[in-house]
Design a protein around this ligand. Structure first.
Ligand SMILES: [Zn+2]
Ligand SMILES: [Zn+2]
Length: 355
């Protein structure tokens, strides 16, 4: 009996460090990190959930370098709420060695997403040279009808399926952000709904004005081709994302929010969007506690840092920290990392915070 007890004790002591599979193999399960996620806290904004999404990714089914399920794991690990798989329709260098049609990459990603409780959105990238450029059709049912000669017909096919249409990277590949007549016509006809003001590692300041003028959703996406950390490094804290202000955590709700243009582009600590959304995000994130007539303690409860100027002084309110600041006069303060137009920043007043 004593001997059995000793064996049991030694087994339980060992199991603190390793799961014993058999006498020959000790598996160190704590070394498995695929199940670790970086949480990004953004509070609800005006009653909406702030969902973190990437609406532009590629897999090996077009010119990406990874299998579709890896896109889902990456997005989950990086703290996102949803990812869209948007392989090129027209550019599929691996198609000779892969089975399946234009819907295959989504099918594989969706299966992985369902297993993890993670939202996967079905999309495609309709790929042409400028002037039209590249267009993502999101929330589609079937990609096959979009495999046609005329890209305007492809857009119409996507629209028939209720797709949300995003104009991708307007400043790529010629380093010129040009608003062509074809975009004017499509927007006028209600056939473009969102604008990718940030893509991969670049943004297009003039597009902030276009999104505002034409009431398009502000969007920021990775357009990732390599494994995500090959591009953004191992710290996984700078991945660009579109913050969607949704009624609830569901694909349908994300779609509704995008068509209602409730979104904010977030990249490298910068935010771009409509002033009401940015102001809502700031007010939800920043809590003000008056110390006396001249000073207030500002606490940022979110994981988004804010940079603001009061008079000539620049202050940073880091994520999840407090700072003591002078109360601004009637001129208010400018939030330097909140872009509401080309060269235009959000201005907020003390009265917005109720003092
Ligand atoms: Zn593209
Ligand atoms: Zn792309």
């Amino acid at each position: 009996m004593k001997k059995i007890l000793t064996i049991l004790l030694s087994c339980s002591a060992l199991s603190l460090h390793a799961q014993i599979q058999n006498d020959d193999v000790y598996e160190l399960t704590e070394m498995y990190r695929a199940n670790l996620r970086n949480e990004i806290f953004i509070p609800d904004v005006d009653g909406y959930k702030a969902l973190k999404c990437d609406f532009h990714t590629h897999t090996i089914f077009s010119d990406g370098k990874v299998w579709p399920n890896i896109r889902v794991t990456e997005a989950w690990q990086d703290g996102l709420d949803a990812v869209a798989i948007t392989d090129h329709i027209e550019y599929r260098p691996n198609k000779e060695i892969l089975k399946g049609d234009l819907n295959e990459s989504y099918k594989i990603a969706k299966k992985a997403g369902d297993a993890m409780g993670f939202m996967v959105i079905k999309g495609v990238e309709i790929t042409r040279s400028k002037p039209l450029g590249h267009i993502n059709a999101l929330f589609i049912n079937d990609a096959m009808p979009m495999d046609v000669e005329d890209p305007l017909v492809a857009i119409d096919e996507a629209l028939k399926q209720g797709a949300f249409i995003m104009w991708n990277h307007p400043g790529w590949p010629d380093d010129k952000s040009t608003f062509y007549p074809v975009h004017e016509e499509l927007i006028k006809a209600g056939k473009i709904h969102g604008l990718e003001v940030f893509n991969h590692i670049e943004y297009y300041p003039v597009t902030f004005d276009w999104a505002k003028k034409h009431n398009l959703a502000f969007m920021s996406n990775s357009d990732i081709h390599d494994p995500i950390h090959v591009t953004y490094g191992i710290a996984n804290d700078i991945r660009p994302m579109t913050i969607v202000l949704a009624h609830e955590r569901s694909v349908e709700s994300i779609k509704e929010a995008l068509f209602a243009k409730r979104s904010i582009a977030y990249f490298n600590g910068e935010l771009a969007g409509k002033s009401e959304h940015l102001k809502g995000l700031l007010k939800a994130s920043v809590k003000v506690h008056l110390i006396n007539e001249k000073h207030a303690q500002i606490t940022n409860i979110s994981d988004i840092p804010f940079k603001l100027t009061i008079g000539d002084n620049l202050y940073t309110i880091p994520a999840r920290k407090s700072i003591m600041l002078p109360i601004p006069n009637q001129d208010g303060f400018t939030v330097q990392n909140c872009h509401i137009g080309h060269g235009q920043k959000l201005t907020v007043y003390a009265s917005d915070f109720g003092f």
